[in-house]
Design a protein around this ligand. Structure first.
Ligand SMILES: O=c1ccn([C@@H]2O[C@H](COP(=O)(O)OP(=O)(O)O[C@H]3O[C@@H](CO)[C@H](O)[C@H]3O)[C@@H](O)[C@H]2O)c(=O)[nH]1
Ligand code: MN
Length: 357
């Protein structure tokens, strides 16, 4: 009898899984059937002297703070310490076209049917299918089996645009801010919504980094998770900052951002009092940040993510320094991030003219 051949997982050699951690990586055991054939990039935060045990059988590279400092030198100043924002170092050093990032307290969720959810597979489907940011399809993702564009949907728009980001959701512990966590400590998300939607052009969204995938070649340089944690006046707004920058750049470049499936099972409610201390400035700053991002206009000649990002950093410095001096520091860090990105990811043109930035 012919041996059952395990199909090669989609994008096996074109995708890295980036995991920020201050804990242990036992959660990988539950993901083993879905992750084992992919390469992991583990970003160890906190004390570099601590040994993080990686379960047997995984192909990985692990970076701690000493590695980050060694690889980036002075540019390491743009990588946060003691905050999940450190994960973006993994995006920097990856050499793959796609990245999936997941937190170490996120587990395999189950569909209402009882089927285990391969979150990575669903993210890949989301990324490989076009997005529809210019006209909302009321039957949600028209490219999913059993759905299509509905009547009245312009045929000129049905080709869609390339998808840059796939934003997944969470069962059990939802990604609530500290005030909501404090008033609703026992609330659990049990609602499984079987939908994937493109976030319309011109609409921002709160991007959560715990179950997120993106096309690194299309949007990687915009996925900087900012200056958070140790030595910074704010934490837990890393993914929000990246999401706002990413969305305005995707809108400018005509790229798509999707949200919805897949779900993961989020198990750890971080301490709301600790979270409040980290994120409280963000809660009132965002009342000024959102109008800023809503008003961002990027010049036509910003035709690459790096050019968009540098232009964005100039507008952050000019328009947000009045909110707090922190944004001047952040604007500088945004430039350092792009310098680091271009240094570690030279374009073919850079390589051909031998300029190592
Ligand atoms: O200093 C730190 C703290 C945590 N990590 C790693 O980052 C992720 C997220 O940590 P945790 O699960 O404790 O955080 P949450 O409160 O559940 O979620 C926040 O994290 C971000 C989403 O990813 C966002 O800011 C909030 O939603 C885990 O893997 C920790 O090990 C870290 O590296 N350094
Ligand atoms: Mn968590």
């Amino acid at each position: 009898m012919a041996e059952a051949v395990t199909p090669t997982p989609l994008l096996k050699d074109e995708l890295d899984i980036v995991i920020p951690t201050i804990r242990n990586l036992d959660f990988l055991e539950m993901w083993r059937p879905f992750f084992q054939q992919y390469h992991l990039i583990i970003v160890q935060d906190g004390d570099p002297a601590k040994t993080i045990k990686v379960p047997e059988g995984f192909d990985y590279e692990l970076y701690n703070r000493n590695d980050i400092n060694r690889i980036l030198g002075p540019k390491a100043s743009c990588i946060s310490f003691k905050d999940s924002a450190c994960r973006c170092f993994g995006y920097l050093v990856s050499k793959k076209k796609y990245v999936f990032t997941i937190d170490d307290d996120c587990f395999v969720a189950t569909e209402p049917s009882g089927k285990k959810i391969n979150a990575l597979e669903q993210h890949i489907k989301n990324l490989l299918c076009p997005s529809t940011p210019f006209f909302f399809n009321t039957l949600y993702d028209p490219y999913r089996g059993g759905a299509d564009f509905v009547r009245g949907y312009p045929f000129s728009l049905r080709e869609g645009v390339p998808t840059a980001v796939s934003h997944g959701l969470w069962l059990n512990i939802p990604d609530y801010d500290a005030p909501t966590q404090l008033v609703k400590p026992l609330e659990r998300n049990t609602r499984y919504v079987d939908a994937v939607m493109t976030i319309p052009k011109g609409t921002l969204f709160p991007m959560c980094g715990m179950n997120l995938a993106f096309n690194r070649e299309l949007i990687g340089p915009a996925m900087y998770f900012g200056l958070m944690g140790d030595g910074q006046p704010i934490g837990r707004y890393d993914d929000m900052w990246a999401g706002w920058c990413t969305k305005v750049i995707c809108d400018h470049l005509g790229l798509g951002v999707k949200t919805g499936l897949p779900y993961i099972y989020h198990s750890k409610a971080s301490n709301p009092f600790v979270n409040l201390k980290k994120e409280y400035k963000g809660i009132y700053w965002q009342e000024e940040l959102i109008p800023f991002f809503q008003s961002v206009a990027l010049p036509k000649d910003c035709n690459t993510v790096q050019k968009c990002y540098i232009e964005l950093s100039k507008q952050v410095r000019a328009k947000l320094s009045k909110v707090d001096d922190y944004f001047v520091k952040l604007a500088d860090a945004m430039v350092t991030w792009i310098e680091a990105w271009d240094e570690l990811n030279p374009s073919p043109a850079d390589l051909s003219n031998g300029s190592s930035k």
